[in-house]
Write a protein that binds this ligand. Structure first.
Ligand SMILES: Cc1ncc(COP(=O)(O)O)c(C=O)c1O
Length: 299
């Protein structure tokens, strides 16, 4: 909130989208007229009632982000809307987040269908719930898939909200930043594994960033890794494991790549490393965080 305010955005354009809010954060929101937040349990509604009763709106969060957030749309949400009414809190609309890097197009359809059901419940109870927040969860490095998601969302909005006067907003995170950064690492050491005949079978590389640093977020696609060497490289590729720099034996980045035989000092570049990397990284074992360098591509 502080960063966005400092960037010149006024409180009425900020949504405090964390469903579980520490009191000090709620107070900060109140001081800066950040009046819209999300709610997914009765406890949060009571908290709002007690500590921020004049908040303009609460958005009922109707879709689970894993098992941690959200409420069961068909059962809990109607009860929450009723409770909000009895506490005389306002409700602006619904909010969902289908989960990070969602590959299930139907998840957006189901979520928007649910949003419509809640919109009707709200209307029945006298609320003008015209805010539909479609959350985040979009890939940042796969434009073709993003186009499919956009198409699905557009047609679902038409289907479920047609000409209703809704205001639809989104909360993209990864989408904005993932493709903007490439992580360049140096090979600091290696181990070559040979069979009984002495033939090279697979190679391990140790590099200067790892699981405790920029690679903390799991499930990345490493098939697009690039390599740079000042040495002549053979055509042949070997099964490759890449380890991070710490002394922890679980600090493994990937172990099913096929790369040519590289050398100490060569560089590996991992594209699409702009999301959930540096902001999660630690300096465990005294390993410094990578330096951020900005460059402008020349056409
Ligand atoms: C409430 C909320 N909205 C949006 C996002 C962004 O999600 P993504 O990066 O999957 O688009 C997050 C991520 O932490 C979040 O907590």
């Amino acid at each position: 909130m502080q960063m966005v305010l400092e960037a010149g955005v006024t409180g009425d354009r900020i949504i405090f989208a964390h469903p579980c809010k520490p009191l000090s954060h709620l107070q900060y929101a109140q001081q800066h007229q950040i009046n819209i937040s999300t709610v997914d349990t009765e406890f949060e509604l009571f908290k709002l009632k007690q500590h921020f009763p004049n908040s303009d709106d609460a958005k009922i969060c109707g879709w689970p982000l894993g098992k941690k957030f959200g409420c069961e749309a068909q059962t809990d949400t109607a009860a929450l809307i009723l409770l909000a009414r009895s506490l005389q809190l306002k409700i602006a609309g619904t909010s969902f987040h289908v989960g990070c890097e969602c590959e299930d197009l139907e998840a957006f359809v189901r979520a928007l269908s649910t949003a419509r059901e809640l919109y009707d419940v709200g209307k029945m109870l006298g609320y003008d719930m015209n805010f539909v927040d479609i959350g985040g969860g979009y890939h940042g490095g796969n434009n073709e898939f993003f186009k499919k998601i956009a198409k699905t969302i557009s047609s679902s909005l038409d289907l479920y909200f047609g000409n209703e006067p809704i205001k639809c907003i989104s909360e993209p995170g990864r989408y904005f930043v993932e493709a903007a950064f490439t992580l360049v690492c140096k090979i600091t050491g290696k181990r070559e594994m040979r069979n009984a005949l002495g033939q090279l079978e697979s190679i391990m590389y140790f590099i200067n960033d790892g699981k405790y640093g920029s690679f903390i977020d799991t499930g990345r696609d490493f098939s697009n890794v690039m390599y740079f060497s000042e040495n002549h490289l053979e055509q042949q590729k070997y099964k490759t494991t890449i380890w991070g720099p710490t002394c922890d034996s679980t600090d493994k980045i990937v172990d099913n790549l096929y790369l040519p035989r590289l050398h100490r000092g060569d560089l590996l570049a991992f594209p699409n490393m702009g999301a959930y990397t540096l902001c999660l990284a630690s300096k465990f074992n005294g390993i410094p965080l990578p330096k951020v360098v900005y460059y402008q591509q020349q056409n």
